[in-house]
Design a protein around this ligand. Structure first.
Ligand code: G3P
Ligand code: MG
Length: 244
């Protein structure tokens, strides 16, 4: 079972920041997940929410701010004062960090187009990701199927997974052969556990943060999990031997 650091090691570092990604690399997670959004001046930044309110000392929508304005914000103190000099990273800064640390795992790039459309975000992300070779593998995911269709046209051979909302009872992706996996809310796993071993798509639920849930996911034979506590999850994975 693959362990993905959700927004980096977001349970122990400020989410979607360089310290969170550096920590995931140190731990040696199978994968690292991040969320990409687009600024007013069309720059790709890594942040989960569509506004800067929750994870910085600023206020307002990303789409109304330039990268220079966002770079002035403190993206760490909301989590812990130790990270008061931490900034919001660009996608380029994150991949540069992974290259510098020779990360060999999987980078899961989520395009956050479910609330803001961010026209052109797919072209910009693909332009960066196809600009050079990387030591890591990367793939794309989104809650927005139109985004996935666009990215598939741009990069027909790059892996694409669909993220299912809590309200999605069935994976609509089954009709789209280019989608190779689903990221369901963990509740979906508990109600479909018997189907998962034979499921036609890879299943990687979010967000799996307790030891008990991680063990249940291993028993259910999911392909991977997204967790905010990847160091703990990697330890559970190493030691758990399955249902007694
Ligand atoms: O891909 C799994 C997960 O990242 C989806 O949820 O809201 O944390 O981006 P969210
Ligand atoms: Mg995400």
């Amino acid at each position: 079972m693959q362990i993905f650091a959700h927004r980096g090691s977001s349970g122990t570092r400020p989410e979607n920041t360089l310290p969170a990604f550096a920590e995931a690399v140190r731990i040696g997670t199978d994968g690292i997940e991040l969320d990409v959004q687009l600024t007013k001046d069309q720059q790709l930044i890594v942040m989960h929410d569509e506004t800067v309110d929750r994870t910085t000392d600023g206020k307002g929508a990303i789409i109304d701010k330039t990268l220079a304005e966002i770079k002035k914000l403190n993206a760490g103190s909301w989590f812990n004062d130790h990270y008061s000099s931490t900034k919001v990273p660009t996608l380029k800064e994150v991949v540069d960090l992974l290259v510098a640390r020779n990360y060999r795992g999987i980078l899961g790039i989520e395009l956050k187009t479910d609330k803001e459309a961010y026209p052109g975000i797919e072209d910009k992300v693909s332009e960066l990701m196809t600009s050079q070779q990387w030591p890591f593998t990367y793939w794309y995911s989104s809650f927005n199927v139109s985004t996935l269709e666009r990215i598939h046209v741009l990069e027909p051979t790059t892996r694409i997974d669909f993220i299912m909302d809590k309200s999605d009872s069935t994976p609509i992706t089954l009709e789209r052969p280019f989608i190779q996996g689903i990221h369901p809310n963990i509740e979906w796993v508990w109600s479909h556990d018997t189907e998962i071993p034979e499921f036609s798509l890879a299943v990687r639920p979010w967000t799996v943060n307790t030891e008990e849930e991680i063990k249940r996911c291993m028993d259910c034979q999911v392909t991977g999990i997204f967790t905010d506590f990847p160091e703990m999850a990697m330890a559970v994975k190493r030691s758990y031997r399955g249902k007694k």
